[in-house]
Design a protein around this ligand. Sequence first.
Ligand SMILES: Cc1cc2nc3c(=O)[nH]c(=O)nc-3n(C[C@H](O)[C@H](O)[C@H](O)COP(=O)(O)O)c2cc1C
Length: 416
Amino acid sequence: MLRDRRIVFGVTGGIAAYKAADVVSKLRQAGALVDVILTDHAAEFVRPLTFAALSHRPVYQNLWETTGEAAARHIELAEAAEALVVAPATADTLARLAQGRADDMLGAVALATTAPLLLVPAMEHHMYEHPATQANLRVLVERGAVVVPPEVGQLASGIVGIGRFPETATILAHLRALLGRGGDLAGRRVVVTAGGTQEPIDPVRYIGNRSSGRMGYALAEEARDRGADVLLITGAVGAPPPAGLCVETARTALELRDAVRAAIVGANVLVMAAAVADYRAERPADRKIKKGSAAENADGSLTLRLVRTPDILAETAALPGTERLVRVGFAAETTDVAANAAAKLGGKQLDLIVANDVSKPGSGFGTTTNEVTIFHADGRVEPLALLPKAEVARAVWDRVVSLLAARGSAQADGDA
Ligand SMILES: Cc1cc2nc3c(=O)[nH]c(=O)nc-3n(C[C@H](O)[C@H](O)[C@H](O)COP(=O)(O)O)c2cc1C
C-alpha cells in the first residue's frame, strides 16, 4: 500500500533526527516516493546527503536558495503530497506549525498542502509535557493532524521519561492507517480476535495452544489500512500488537466471550481468528499444585476435570442487534478439513469460514504463511495457494467487502 505513494517527509532539529533516516529508508524500500525536507536545525544533526542517498531523491532545505528551484518546488511538493510526515517533530516546529508560520520550507509546505499531517513529536520529557507543547499539539489535532505518541524510555539526557522517538514500524503503521482513510472499509467498525487463550489450571499453569496471533494481526492491519475502525482483541500472543488501532486483551475463553459481546454492538464485521480453547479446567486451583499434595491421586497421577468453553461465534448469531454483522470464522484442523469447516460454517451460521490444515508445512500456527480454503455460506469453496498471511488477510477482506456491499444493497432494497 506504500508503493508509489507520494510522501513529503519533514525532519526537524531534534536528537532523534538520525532515526528519521531509518524511517525514510524503510519507506523507500516499501516503494514510496519520499521527498525529504530538512529544517536548518535538522541539518545540524544529519547532513542532507544522508537523506538524499536513502530516498534516491533531492532533499529540500532552503526556501531562499538563489536558483529559485526550492521556491518553485514547495508548491509542487505540497500539491503532490499524499501525506506530510514530520518526524521527529521538535517542540519548536510544533509551535510554528500550530501558529501557521511559513518562514521556512517545511512550514510553507505544511500550509500549502491539503494532505493529512502525521506528527511524531520527540523531545525531553518536560518539554513534551509542558503546557505550551501540549496546547500546540491540541491545536494541531483539532485541525486534523494525527500524532504518533512518543514512547516512554531512556531519553538522550539519560533520564527515563516520555518523549522517545517511536520504532520505525510504529510510525509506518500510523502512516499506513492515514493513507488508508477512504479505503473500501472506511466507516466500518470491525472486530478481530487474535492469538490463543490460556485456561488456568492453577496460578502458574495453564492450558494453551500454539497460536502466534500472526494471522489475526495481519487481518487487523489489513482492515486498518483499508480505512476500518479496528478493535483487535488479543489473547496470548508472542509479538506486540500492531499500532494504529485499538487493542484489548482477553486471556481466557470466558474473558474473550465478554470482550467480543461488548465489542460487536454496533460493529459491521467480526473476524474470529483467535484460537479459543474448547475446554477449560472446571475448578482452577487457587494455589500452585505441588507434587505429593492432596490434589494428587494415590498413584501419583493428577486428575483435571475439563468442561466445555462457550462457542463464542455461534453464540453471537443469536444476539439481538447483530443480524447484519458479517461474521467470519477460522478453522484450524488436522483432519477432514473440508467436512469440519462446512459443519462449522452451518452450525455457527457464519458468512465465511477460513479453513486450514495446520499439520501442513508452511500453514497454520507460528508460520508467516498460510494455505487456506475459504468456504462461503452460499456453498462456494475457494482454495487459495500458500500465501503470506498478509495476502490471506487481503483475500479475506476482499470477500468481506463484497458481503458488506451486498448487505448494503439488500438493506436499500428493503427500505425502498
Ligand atoms: C543537542 C540538541 C538536541 C536537541 N534535541 C531536541 C529534541 O530532541 N527535541 C526538541 O524538540 N528539541 C531539541 N533541541 C532543540 C531544537 O534543536 C531547537 O528548538 C530548534 O530551534 C529546533 O528547530 P527546528 O524545529 O526548526 O528544527 C535540541 C537542541 C540541541 C542543541
